[in-house]
Design a protein around this ligand. Sequence first.
Ligand SMILES: [Zn+2]
Length: 286
Amino acid sequence: MRRHWLIGGLSLLCLAGIWGGFAWHQHRLAATATQPQATRTTQHDQATTNRAAAKPTTTTWHHLKHPLKLPILMYHSLSTGNQLRVPPAQFAREMAYLKRHHYRTLSAAEAVRALTTNSVPARHVVWITLDDAYRDNLTAGLPILQRDHLHATINVITGFTHKSNHLTLAQMTKMATTNRVDFASHTVQHLDLDELSTSQQRRELSASKTWLDTHLHQQTQVLCYPAGRANATTRRLARQAGYKVALTTNEGVAQLSQGRYNLARLRVTPGMSTATFATLLAVTNS
Ligand SMILES: [Zn+2]
């Protein structure tokens, strides 16, 4: 009997050692894998870079025993003026927090992989999303992401790319080469999808995906519903259009049990303290 306990105890120690080694290894990988890559200039190379960014890295992924809880942060404009806008200084403090606490900020492709395979490339993961593709995501956001070697996904309204306060295609193409951001669909016209006819919805979902796929040389996997508005038809059409997951504005940590096309996010509000920000992210995965 005593021998059984001894064997059991040794096994537990082994498991703890393996997990500790994994965490340490991931920490090291996170520190090295996020180094910025050399800027490339030709279109061919940009396409290659985008594909490389979308691909999982050589990082070891760890399968979880329990369903993944993924904090998905929701930002919009990085400026001041209303409850949707977060000042750049606050964004900088929050990104510094993530860096300091060794968070692995997922790309869109990595987030899809994490959710659909219930696995993670590091112990602490978070997915940063910025809706509407405001130009300040480039001028204020990108330098901070580059400073801290973090990654974010920008949800683009593809019919707004000619507007003065939104990112142009040229700006998005250039941003993608940094490997600090990638781009997902926020439809063509930012309409409330649940109030549109089926054919109108289908067009909003498909045309935006085609635009992103064609112009940014990617396979767009993520859809973000404008104002979080979606109904059962929207979710069915999102799947048919080829999206792998879709994001809402429902408040909470994302879990696959919410539905692949109905994932919750965590709204970051202006004036939020870093302590509150920290509690939003505080989930334990095992
Ligand atoms: Zn929006």
